[in-house]
Ligand binder design. Structure first.
Ligand code: PLP
Length: 508
């Protein structure tokens, strides 16, 4: 039998999380509040010892183990915040903890878990293999499995965030919560609905890992084929059974946000608090901003949860690049201009003194009718409407224009590889690949695909993140079953992008 709302309320109130967690402050975001015409409050879960809320659920779950279970120790699989929550809870409660992590886990995460007293077992080449090992350990060694979200005690532990929100600001209008596997959303929603049902609670998930939205559409949890790893903490393929049941009953709405919007929210958090949220930690604020805009909300008191700050420092470069686009502060375009002296100057004049943020081009055939193609970034003050105005201006002056501001292939790759049109007789098919970054990943790619087929274009840029992306074109592979078999063997997430507008514009 699943717990009722009233039972969850009792479980949350009784959760002994304050032996390991803090009642975190709910701070006013003054700059953002002013800008969007609402009072925006942010719950600082980054200030927990483990720099995320995950200590609450893990500690509540483990504090309820009996002596016999404690003696057997616990096991969990996680390369993220759950791992640290379990390790610290084990230290506080005197329980042995073993965390299974994929072999390729960055050492900063391994060290963090060890620093909180957890034992790390590096196993498997991806999360699923590590998880299978952890389940095996729980079966063969009798260790207690600590689930990251789909567990009543974990949900109740996360629910203490809702209790604190209510204690600090009982008159909130809306609360925005991030959704990964649904533990934090379920906990906060069920608790607030017991205490004050008028508070609207809205779940937010990245569009590229929207497992709750998918489950709501299907009426039951479903597996997503692929999830983007940008907001790693919420990159979950399947919502939990119990978290789904609770989220469906108690959340008022569920919305999705893009990576660019998450990046912009990280910047907003930084601007107002000087804290640096990890991507998952800024998801709920990104949703808050989107919701306010879509529903024209003014003068309300809105809360969001800065759920974690275990940021991979090097991904800041990507975040800062994307934040402007996410805020609508930059537009990027592919433009054809005459291949002649002075053409760039003419073009800049038409932009009417706007700041150009990026400009790439490669010389085409001189003294021919073939125009040059340029990639241009422009600073905007007025978002999408200004982008349309710029495109219209340029078109009216006889330039060919494609607005690439929402085009992933343009933003991720093509901007760095402008100008490589192949000779006419090349028949190429172009793919983007996403894979867990580790030493040897690129070599593996080339070993599987790079020797047998002719590579006609290739772009790879390391962002210093946990995953990498490659754009590569191959000659004469269309309909080749052997090539398809090798793609499968590679084991990377792969997508045919031959027909994406950016690729067509610049590369064909
Ligand atoms: C920073 C951060 N935010 C949000 C979440 C999502 O939590 P849940 O899986 O309970 O939905 C996680 C999960 O690990 C996280 O680490």
């Amino acid at each position: 039998m699943s717990a009722s709302g009233a039972e969850y309320l009792r479980k949350v109130v009784a959760a002994p999380v304050y032996r390991a967690a803090k009642h975190t402050p709910l701070e006013h975001m003054s700059t953002l509040s002013e800008r969007i015409g609402n009072t925006v409050l942010i719950k600082r879960e980054d200030l927990q010892t483990v720099h995320s809320f995950k200590i609450r659920g893990a500690f509540n779950r483990m504090a309820q183990m009996n002596e016999e279970e404690k003696a057997r120790g616990v096991v969990a699989a996680s390369a993220g915040n759950h791992a640290q929550g379990v390790a610290l809870s084990g230290r506080e409660l005197g329980i042995r903890t073993v965390i299974v992590m994929p072999v390729v886990t960055p050492s900063i995460k391994v060290d963090a878990v060890r620093g909180f007293g957890g034992e790390v077992l590096l196993y498997g080449s991806n999360f699923d293999e590590a998880k299978a090992k952890a389940v095996e350990l729980s079966e063969t060694e009798g260790m207690v499995w600590i689930a990251p979200f789909d567990d009543e005690a974990v949900i109740a532990g996360q629910g203490t965030i809702g209790l604190e929100l209510f204690q600090d600001r009982p008159n909130l209008d809306r609360v925005f919560v991030p959704v990964g596997g649904g533990g934090i959303a379920a906990g906060i929603a069920v608790l607030l609905k017991q205490l004050r049902p008028e508070i609207t609670v809205i779940g937010v998930e990245p569009a590229e890992s929207a497992c709750l939205s998918a489950a709501l559409a299907a009426g039951h949890p479903v597996d997503l084929d692929h999830v983007s790893l940008f907001a790693e903490g919420v990159a979950v393929k399947t919502i939990g059974e119990e978290t789904f049941r609770v989220c469906r009953e108690y959340l008022d709405d569920v919305i999705t946000v893009s990576s660019d919007e998450i990046s912009a929210a990280i910047k907003d958090i930084f601007d107002d608090t000087r804290a640096i949220a990890e991507p998952a930690g800024a998801v709920s604020l990104a949703g808050l901003k989107r919701y306010v805009q879509d529903n024209d909300i003014q003068g309300e008191t809105l809360a969001n949860v800065l759920s974690g700050a275990n940021m991979n420092f090097h991904s800041l470069r990507y975040v800062s690049e994307r934040a402007e686009l996410g805020e609508g502060g930059e537009g990027i375009f592919g433009v054809t201009i005459p291949e002649k002296k002075g053409a760039f100057l003419d073009f800049c004049r038409i932009l009417g003194g706007r700041a150009v943020t990026e400009f790439s081009y490669r010389v085409g055939v001189r003294d021919s009718d073939e125009p040059a193609r340029i990639f241009v970034g422009v600073q905007l003050k007025d978002g999408a409407s200004e982008r349309q105005a710029i495109a219209a201006d340029l078109e009216s002056q006889g330039y060919g224009v494609v607005d690439l501001s929402l085009d992933e292939v343009a933003k991720e790759h093509v901007r760095y590889m402008i100008g490589g049109q192949p000779p006419e007789d090349v028949r190429e098919t172009t793919f983007s690949f996403e894979f867990p970054e580790h030493p040897g990943a690129l070599q593996h790619f080339l070993e599987v695909l790079g020797t047998r087929w002719n590579v006609t274009a290739f772009h790879y840029r390391s962002f210093g993140m946990d995953y990498g992306r490659i754009l590569a074109a191959f000659e004469n592979v269309e309909g080749d079953p052997e090539f398809s078999a090798h793609l499968d063997q590679l084991g990377y997430h792969v997508k045919d992008v031959t027909d994406s507008p950016a690729y067509r514009f610049f590369m064909r």
